[in-house]
Design a protein around this ligand. Structure first.
Ligand SMILES: CSC[C@H]1O[C@@H](n2cnc3c(O)ncnc32)[C@H](O)[C@@H]1O
Ligand SMILES: [Zn+2]
Length: 417
């Protein structure tokens, strides 16, 4: 199958783009080329689609369910009790609805950590999107729970590690306060053995640091180092409360960091220090976190918040310029997952979006990436392609009504409405 996008803005020039199979094969004047599908790119710009580095997709079910409280209370008193009632079917519809929102707002990859892994995997398969799905692991220090959790991870690995070219299987130990030292060490070994990435919440709140100091006599990143978890395999989410020594440890071990600006702000977790981490050469990506702490999956908003926070935290308006904020959501994430996407170039995977240049928030067009980062939102996205397949054209995602109905039915059942 081939797709020809004609007359689209790419790197300040009007060009044609040819996609064959799942790759971008040619960029230039392609007036002579025939393709199975033709998309008129007039008045549009092509950009790499976004990659959401940390979310819990099915938490769309809990959007607006518990707001305006700190992480500990939010998780223990509100989120975990209702999550305990969720079925695989709920997670499937929650994740499908999340995929719909992501596609509509220009995202074609998400890194997920959630319960009922098969539900999310099924949604990803059906929606045509790409994902890094982590097998969640919790044991709360209980030996029997740890045994069961590891068993479950191994079973999921057997079934999903090579199931689909669009799913990357990863490990998801939740956090140092919910996973025992033995299980964290097991995760490090298993990841090495099976060549897997690890997705973990790290140093999200000051309480996490205080408790770690009390229990282990060291700070969270030092503790992770002692357990053997620091390596380029680790995608450390949040990373809000880091000492200089912890930043050095992350850099020395080439750990990858995911910034979650909206969630950190909403839960008042603290301020991510972008510049000191960037100065150390760390690869930094961007994520929304789940819909119960954001409360949407729009990566445009996330880029803007990341840029504004970095400037404010450093007192320097030159920090995290638009082009770098865009990289957080695209090519930095692609590097993290070893995917050849995140840029529009010949030979790259055909994961891309067309934005509507006539949208007021992209007008006037002095500088496209400035507009994309500081002005636009998901509403500016017109067309989305993932792995060479059109998932949305002219703002239409096929099957949207059915997905919304299935999703609403789950929310009603879950909340007894
Ligand atoms: C094992 S499934 C993931 C688990 O994480 C919870 N969660 C969502 N957002 C956060 C956050 O910001 N910090 C810690 N844990 C979070 C989610 O509700 C699931 O229970
Ligand atoms: Zn999270």
């Amino acid at each position: 199958m081939s797709i020809l996008i004609t007359g689209v803005l790419h790197e300040n020039r009007i060009q044609d783009i040819l996609i064959k199979g799942n790759h971008i094969v040619s960029i230039g004047n392609l007036a002579h080329v025939q393709a199975d599908t033709c998309i008129d790119g007039t008045g549009k710009a092509i950009l790499p689609s976004f990659m959401n580095g940390h979310t819990h997709a099915a938490m769309t079910l809990l959007r607006g369910f518990a707001d305006d409280m700190p992480l500990g209370v939010w998780l223990k008193d509100h989120i975990w009790p209702i999550e305990a009632k969720m079925t695989e079917e709920d997670v499937y519809w929650g994740a499908k609805f999340a995929c719909l929102e992501m596609i509509r707002t220009g995202t074609t990859f998400f890194a997920d950590m959630y319960w009922h892994f098969p539900g999310t995997a099924r949604a990803v398969q059906e929606m045509g999107i790409r994902a890094g799905l982590s097998a969640a692991l919790f044991d709360f220090g209980d030996k029997e729970r740890a045994r069961q959790a590891k068993d479950q991870v191994e079973k999921l690995y057997e079934k999903y590690a090579s199931l689909s070219e669009r799913i990357i299987f990863t490990l998801g130990p939740h956090a140092i306060y919910t996973v025992s030292k033995d299980s964290l060490a097991w995760v490090a070994e298993y990841a090495e053995d099976k060549d897997l990435l690890i997705h973990l919440h790290v140093s999200e709140t000051s309480t996490e640091v205080e408790n770690c100091l009390k229990e282990h006599g060291m700070r969270p990143v030092e503790y992770l180092d002692s357990v053997g978890l620091l390596s380029p395999r680790l995608m450390a989410c949040h990373c809000v409360w880091l000492s200089d020594h912890e930043m050095d440890l992350l850099a020395r071990n080439h750990v990858q960091v995911i910034h979650n600006p909206a969630s950190n702000l909403k839960l008042a977790s603290g301020t991510f220090r972008y510049q000191p981490l960037a100065d150390r050469g760390l690869n930094i990506g961007l994520g929304t976190d789940g819909c119960a702490s954001n409360n949407n999956l729009d990566m445009f908003e996330e880029m803007k918040l990341a840029a504004l926070l970095a400037k404010s935290a450093s007192g320097d308006a030159t920090v995290l310029p638009a082009v770098d904020a865009f990289a957080l959501a695209t090519k930095n994430m692609a590097a993290m997952y070893g995917l050849e996407c995140g840029e529009i170039r010949e030979g790259m995977l055909a994961d891309c979006m067309l934005v509507n240049l006539n949208h007021p928030q992209l007008t006037p067009g002095h500088h496209l990436l400035s507009n994309v980062v500081y002005s636009a939102n998901g509403d500016c996205v017109d067309t989305v392609i993932c792995n060479g397949r059109v998932l949305m054209e002219d703002g239409v995602v096929p099957g949207e009504e059915e997905i919304t109905a299935g999703f609403r039915a789950c929310v009603d059942r879950l909340t007894g409405a």
